[in-house]
Design a protein around this ligand. Sequence first.
Ligand code: ZN
Length: 248
Amino acid sequence: MINVTVWNEGVHEKLSNEVAGVYPAGIHGCIKNFLTSQDDIKVKTATLAQRKCGLSDEVLENTDVLIWWGHMAHDKVPDKLVEKIHKRVLAGMGLVVLHSGHHSKIFRALMGTTCNLRWRDGDRERIWTVNPAHPIAKGVPPHFSLDVEEMYGERFDIPEPDELVFLGWFAGGEVFRSGCCWQRGLGKIFYFQPGHESNPTFHNEYVQKIIINAVRWAAPVNPIKEPTPCPHKKISPEERYKERKAKQ
Ligand code: ZN
């Protein structure tokens, strides 16, 4: 069983009737619903408004894959929590970052770059599967369209992905690396571009399939354990000399 926590800042849904209309149960609720239909996935949700952002130590310790949707409240996520999530990713927890999560503290910390990109309002997008052999592309057609999705364009300031699975093309002619994989420490990270709050993107069957596949791909292979400290003792050169002499 893969334990998934879907984190959503959950602000747009409260501020806009339009967004609440598209996602009556919140973006996290929609993602939870389609993940729950899978027998091997167990889902919890967490939001910014909850105590500790819904991500207590206990919740994190019981999360194999964390899904992240954020946009206007990235700064409200405490640095201490971001450090904990970062450490857990390095120890093996999977992370799936969606859409505007490209500017979240956790994604930027893991990438080490600005993660800036070009953007403009909604346009028709076609997603191309550029690596059909990748586990995240399982059951996804060679291409599919989203009638309206916010345009994200290159250059996307990210480190070269370990694997590129999807490429986005917009009717305005822009292209974007829409589905990228990295490994940091023992943790697998997948970034997926579609998912603007006022578009019904998370209701699309292929978007759902991609997120389900990404959860299975990012799930840790072995139990997540805190890394053991570096075995080298901190000793002075004099002590090291004495130790070496004693062994001779
Ligand atoms: Zn957006």
